[in-house]
Write a protein that binds this ligand. Structure first.
Ligand code: SF4
Ligand code: SF4
Length: 136
């Protein structure tokens, strides 16, 4: 099934400038097997968040790096609220251009309106497992 995408105009209309999508980055890790369990343990010790997803009977994982982007800038709105904008917007990396609200964790930033518009479930098939010991 072809993935629906939002137009740049619609993205702009929906973005609340909360900055959450620039405060961490998630990547698909792959299937959990004996070999990767030790790597996952290392990631947990280094502050990465691990999310587990069950897909067609396979246990897969995503890892999230809790690193705020150095280019993220804060601006104060007249109402006193803080908004977040990209300081390198014109030259931002392609992965930032491709972001559609679904990439922070397996299912994206929970309250991002981009994902809401694309009807992405917040916690669809997410299985959170607390410790690597539970995976054995
Ligand atoms: S998480 Fe969504 S609403 Fe927040 S800054 Fe990113 S795109 Fe905008
Ligand atoms: S480069 Fe810009 S859009 Fe990309 S993560 Fe940093 S602040 Fe966000």
């Amino acid at each position: 099934m072809k993935k629906t995408r939002l137009s740049a105009k619609r993205k702009s209309e929906l973005c609340l400038q909360c900055g959450k999508c620039c405060m961490a980055m998630s990547f698909y890790g792959g299937e959990v097997d004996d070999e990767v369990r030790d790597e996952i343990y290392w990631m947990e010790l280094h502050g990465f968040t691990i999310d587990y997803v069950k897909k067609r009977g396979r246990l897969e994982y995503f890892f999230t790096i809790p690193q705020r982007c150095n280019a993220l800038q804060e601006i104060s709105a007249p109402n006193g609220q803080t908004h977040y904008v990209c300081g390198v917007y014109e030259t931002r990396p392609q992965m930032c251009r491709d972001y559609d609200g679904t990439m922070d964790g397996p299912f994206g930033v929970a309250d991002c309106l981009w994902r809401d518009e694309l009807n992405q479930p917040a916690n669809g098939k997410l299985v959170q497992i607390e410790s690597k010991n539970h995976l054995t």
